[in-house]
Design a protein around this ligand. Structure first.
Ligand SMILES: C[S@@+](CC[C@H](N)C(=O)[O-])C[C@H]1O[C@@H](n2cnc3c(N)ncnc32)[C@H](O)[C@@H]1O
Length: 389
């Protein structure tokens, strides 16, 4: 294809899909992005110089969408309808309506897209909405390849397994058609080496042996400097458990080599003692040398249980790998929250991504928690747009 791919980015948030497109090195242009959240749109505009269409995707019509003449659609719809904590109301959840509506619109378009990329939580693949997605795609002559992948499989010490649907219709086809209409647990470039009889497509989304240590993702500047710019939030209304925690806890501890913060006053990223006393046993504690941390959800920093890992900053603590710290010892460990920049690093966002100054600390965490791993999505997009050899 000669002209750049014309792409629509639905549920654009802070632009994780667009960063992935850039990282994948694809000749593509996001001709429009859509999001209802004005804070997310502020961040998107700040970084890309383009403000997404601010409105409810549910109100779009087939004729409006046809006007974009888009070749590809990227969609990362709300995941709450499919999570355990979101009550799994599935397509009956109001938050699923816009996605179902837009899928159905494709059937009425004169120029439906040639390829599609959908991201969602694990659990989506067994939902009603998934059935509707596949039905629409079949009616339009798409073939799909579906994946469940985590950044841990890409060398990033971060567990965030997610579901991805890649879909293409003629004249396009996948590089490896053996895997058409299958759900896979290994990245496409590894599948390219296999044929349909190969059994090595194991559920290895938790691989972590070749990951970099968390230390490589930490900020090196004095974190207290950030307090002045971000003094908007206080520790006053921290809570223990949250409605959107998605994962259990699991941590690895090794010798600590860095990542300290000052203990004068209570720096904004320090976990208060009261929280450690109450919720210490439920916290996911990691060290700079750890090779895995838990998924950061949109409630990180507001709640400590199941919303993401906390970092030990004391240089004196040593733990054997896999050893879990005693709650009573946590107080000495100078626990802190990962900063938004560090969460962005673990999401493999580029170094020049940043937030406009009016976005509060809580909002930063919430927006990042809704976003995605560029390290996972970029190679998937690369595979989606690659032509068969
Ligand atoms: C899971 S997040 C996607 C985040 C995005 N991929 C990113 O990198 O930040 C879902 C996004 O959809 C937006 N959204 C939810 N329902 C919407 C609707 N009906 N119309 C437009 N945007 C919607 C939310 O504001 C949120 O930013």
């Amino acid at each position: 294809m000669e002209e750049p791919w014309r792409i629509l980015e639905f549920y654009s948030g802070i632009g994780g899909m667009r960063y992935s497109l850039m990282k994948a090195g694809i000749r593509g242009e996001v001709v429009e992005a859509f999001d209802i959240n004005d804070r997310a749109n502020d961040v998107y505009e700040h970084n890309f110089g383009h403000r997404p269409f601010q409105g409810n995707i549910q109100t779009l019509t087939a004729a409006e969408l046809d006007k974009y003449r888009a070749h590809a659609w990227f969609l990362s719809p709300p995941c709450q309808p499919y999570t355990r904590q979101g009550l799994q109301k599935d397509s009956a959840d109001a938050r699923a309506v816009s996605f179902i509506k837009i899928l159905e619109l494709m059937l009425h378009m004169l120029h439906p897209p040639l390829s599609l990329f959908v991201e969602n939580v694990v659990g989506f693949e067994v939902s009603d909405t998934h059935k509707q997605l596949i039905n629409v795609l079949l009616k339009l002559g798409f073939v799909t390849q579906e994946y469940i992948l985590s950044p841990l499989q890409f060398g990033i010490p971060y567990s965030r397994p997610r579901y991805f649907c890649l879909a293409k219709r003629e004249p396009l086809s996948f590089q490896n058609p053996f895997f058409n209409n299958k759900l896979l647990w290994t990245p496409p470039e590894r599948n390219l080496l296999m044929d349909s009889n190969n059994h090595s497509n194991e559920r290895n989304v938790e691989m972590q042996f070749f990951c970099e240590p968390i230390r490589n993702f930490l900020e090196t500047q004095n974190l207290r400097d950030q307090q002045d710019c971000l003094g908007i939030d206080s520790h006053d209304d921290f809570n223990g458990s949250s409605a959107d925690s998605e994962y259990g806890t699991d941590d690895v501890g090794e010798e600590v080599k860095g990542g300290t913060i000052s203990k004068n006053d209570v720096p904004i990223y320090t976990v208060p003692l009261s929280l450690i006393e109450r919720w210490g046993s439920a916290m996911d504690i990691v060290f700079p040398e750890s090779k895995r941390c838990c998924c950061f959800t949109k409630s990180y920093y507001r709640y400590v249980k199941g919303t993401g890992s906390l970092l030990v900053t004391s240089q004196n603590i040593k733990l054997e790998p896999e050893e879990k710290p005693e709650v009573s010892s946590l107080k000495e460990k100078a626990l802190r929250f990962f900063t938004p920049r560090e969460v962005a690093n673990l999401h493999s966002f580029p170094a020049d991504f940043n937030f406009p100054s009016h976005i509060s600390l809580r909002q930063r965490y919430a927006l990042l928690g809704n976003s995605l791993s560029v390290a996972v999505v970029a190679p998937l997009l690369h595979y989606l747009f690659a032509e068969p050899t």
